[in-house]
Design a protein around this ligand. Structure first.
Ligand SMILES: C[S@@+](CC[C@H](N)C(=O)[O-])C[C@H]1O[C@@H](n2cnc3c(N)ncnc32)[C@H](O)[C@@H]1O
Length: 323
């Protein structure tokens, strides 16, 4: 009788454990949390939970989850999943939740406190455009130096680091007004083994075109300038989705009344940092193309102006060439 009772207890315990365990299976967690995120209007519900699980399991690629659907999370992993999903339910961007994101095939650390801008997929097209220009840079006559790039507003360092990873002779100098962005760019440059060709400084480009606390060598004239400046009109900031409005740094977003404040400052002042024939590649809002063309014509310093599309078919970049 006692033996029978023990066997019964053991069977009940095992089935409770199994049920509990199956709830921690990857496939169950994906289904359950996709539904919960959807019910709570969290965008990109399935992709969010997949990225969270991948990060907890230390997987590099979301597609790896397909072969691990029956994997059971340990108690510790499950606890981390609950913490992370709670943050996502509060609309924290998944990039901040998991603390890293891939850009142009490079894994970049992300920082939400203090907040540093998350690189967007369309900005990978800016890298492609700038990279083609770097490829065809003709050295200044008599110049023996390596090609050089200047970035204004480096954020996590995504653009400069992606360019450095594609061009082993290139050197990048980048500034950002947000000290956390500069620290993160430096960290990413070290983790990616690119720090020896990158220089990141805390510096703000002011409306009058002066860059405080930034002094490139007097003779330094860059071959290309890249920037994804803040370009959202101020009045539109409050209407951005919660992920962006609540969590991203507004200094990275707010481009002034019509969104072109920093863009105009860059275009009007760049010739003093660039050599003749150098290029400027800027990410913009498609509504700003005409205004930017007028500004560049008004400057009289540019020989070429073109508008380029991003991977979504949107007019997203302007390319200028110094006279
Ligand atoms: C849209 S984010 C781009 C970040 C990064 N380049 C990327 O594409 O992921 C703009 C960046 O410009 C910086 N920024 C804004 N105003 C600035 C200014 N006046 N001078 C220097 N940096 C500025 C912000 O701190 C932010 O990191």
């Amino acid at each position: 009788m006692i033996l029978w009772y023990r066997a019964m207890l053991s069977r009940i315990h095992t089935s409770a454990l199994n049920r509990h365990t199956s709830e921690k299976a990857v496939k169950h967690l994906i289904q359950c949390w996709t539904k919960k995120f959807d019910e709570n209007q969290v965008p990109e519900a399935e992709s969010s939970i997949k990225h969270i699980i991948c990060s907890i399991l230390g997987l590099r690629n979301v597609s790896r989850l397909d072969t691990m659907r029956n994997q059971i999370l340990t108690d510790d992993e499950y606890h981390r999943l609950l913490v992370n999903t709670e943050l996502r339910l509060k609309r924290m961007p998944v990039q901040y939740v998991i603390g890293e994101w891939d850009f142009c095939g490079l894994t970049m650390k992300m920082s939400h406190s203090p907040s540093v801008f998350i690189p967007r997929p369309e900005t990978e097209d800016l890298v492609t455009i700038a990279s083609e220009l770097v490829q065809h840079l003709t050295p200044e006559e008599g110049s023996l130096r390596d090609p050089s790039c200047f970035e204004i507003g480096c954020g996590s360092g995504a653009i400069s680091l992606a360019l450095l990873s594609k061009h082993d002779k290139l050197r990048c100098t980048a500034i950002d007004a947000n000290p956390a962005a500069v620290s993160l760019s430096r960290l990413n440059s070290e983790l990616l083994g690119l720090a020896d060709r990158a220089s990141f400084s805390i510096a703000k480009l002011e409306d009058d075109g002066v860059i405080h606390v930034f002094s490139p060598a007097d003779s330094q004239k860059f071959d290309i300038l890249v920037s994804n400046p803040p370009y959202i009109p101020t009045a539109e900031i409050s209407g951005l989705q919660p992920e962006v409005f609540r969590y991203e740094d507004h200094l990275a977003l707010d481009g002034g009344p019509d969104g072109t404040r920093l863009i105009e400052t860059i275009i009007r002042n760049s010739p003093k940092w660039l050599r003749g024939g150098a290029f400027i590649v800027l990410e913009i809002d498609p509504r700003q193309t005409k205004m930017i063309q007028l500004i560049s014509q008004d400057c009289g310093s540019y020989a070429g102006f073109s508008v380029r599309k991003d991977c979504f078919g949107v007019d997203r970049f302007v390319v200028l060439r110094c006279k």
